[in-house]
Write a protein that binds this ligand. Structure first.
Ligand SMILES: Nc1ncnc2c1ncn2[C@@H]1O[C@H](COP(=O)(O)OP(=O)(O)OP(=O)(O)O)[C@@H](O)[C@H]1O
Ligand SMILES: [Mg+2]
Length: 311
């Protein structure tokens, strides 16, 4: 009977029956039933049943037990986290030793040696970045990247991240700017998570902006939300790519971006962290002109999702 159905499923069934448009088809959702001792994961597919005239007669739901798949997925995530974690320490040690050689602390280095070692160091940095992304992802999957919500002053977090990014920007003669309205209230958020959000957005802005460009960050308020924008004067993103850039492993491949290293995980991590804070992210871009990412986060940590106002 409908009374014992999980409420989120009843809602989908009601919506399915109520919808008049013929384009409305199957809805899939994941449900969890049972208690801690015996938890069952279900996938429910709910489809409208229509007669020849397109009139909705009712709905059909198929429930599939996906508990075993969930368990496998968890093992996969734990395995990736373990491998990433074990690879990180030796790679970090190699990076440090290369730094010692490159800084001439272990004797003279010829020009050719310096060139080779510098390239090796860059490749290692790429690997360390990938490992960091994988660890962030597994933390998100385990629900651990937004575990400790505390009152956070975003301007402080953003300044710290900008300080960390300064050398990268200076190397490309990119100007970093930050404008913050005074008295923007603090929000309840996970510090590590928020650092991840801004580090990813600002490092993208620097990465995808040619030499001599500008990256600016603003912090303001909009309605019940705190708003942060990260703008750059970089290569931009084509309209058809915009909806895909938040997908895992998606990277835009053009002549301008081909040489830039990355995994395509950064923005998907940003999106997951913001979701867990009831926040949202939107993007506007113009090819060869630049890109602006806008983030909204609720001032009160209640399950109300900050959404961009339609213009
Ligand atoms: N500021 C930006 N300007 C232009 N393109 C961008 C910008 N930010 C992201 N993109 C595009 O979106 C894609 C996805 O970004 P994302 O941060 O997820 O991955 P990535 O930077 O390629 O790799 P990483 O996992 O190291 O962050 C990028 O490959 C790039 O094509
Ligand atoms: Mg990135």
């Amino acid at each position: 009977s409908q009374a014992s159905l999980p409420p989120e499923m009843s809602k989908v069934i009601e919506e399915t029956i109520g919808r008049k448009d013929l384009s409305y088809s199957c809805v899939s959702q994941e449900l969890v039933i049972g208690d801690d001792a015996h938890r069952v994961f279900l996938r429910a597919h709910t489809c409208p049943c229509r007669d020849d005239l397109g009139e909705t007669l009712g709905s059909v739901s198929v429930l599939q037990d996906i508990s075993a798949l969930k368990e496998l997925d968890k093992m996969k995530s734990e395995f990736i986290a373990m491998v990433a974690h074990e690879l990180r320490a030796p790679l970090a040690a190699v990076e440090q030793q290369l730094m010692i050689i490159l800084n001439r602390l272990a004797g003279e280095v010829t020009e050719k040696q310096e060139e080779l070692l510098t390239r090796a160091k860059e490749r290692i940095k790429g690997l360390l970045d990938l490992i960091k992304d994988l660890l962030d992802l597994s933390k998100i999957e385990a629900g651990r990247l937004v575990q400790y919500k505390e009152p956070l002053t975003l301007s402080e977090v953003i300044r710290q991240v900008l300080d960390l990014m300064k050398p990268e920007a200076e190397a490309k003669r990119i100007v970093l700017q930050f404008f913050a309205l005074p008295d923007v209230p603090s929000i309840a958020a996970d510090r590590e998570g928020m650092e991840g959000v801004f580090a990813n957005l600002i490092s993208n802005a620097i990465k995808y902006t040619p030499e001599g460009g500008k990256v600016s960050v603003t912090l303001t308020e909009e309605g019940g939300c705190v708003k942060v924008t990260v703008s750059d004067t970089g290569v931009g993103i084509a309209k058809e790519d915009l909806p895909k850039i938040f997908d895992r492993f998606y990277r835009v491949k053009t002549a301008r971006t081909r040489q830039i290293v990355g995994t395509g995980l950064g923005l998907s991590i940003v999106k997951s962290i913001l979701d867990a804070h009831f926040g949202s992210i939107s993007v506007e871009s113009q090819l060869e002109k630049g890109t602006t990412f806008s983030i909204l986060l609720p001032k009160e940590p209640k399950p109300f999702v900050c959404q961009k106002e339609e213009s």
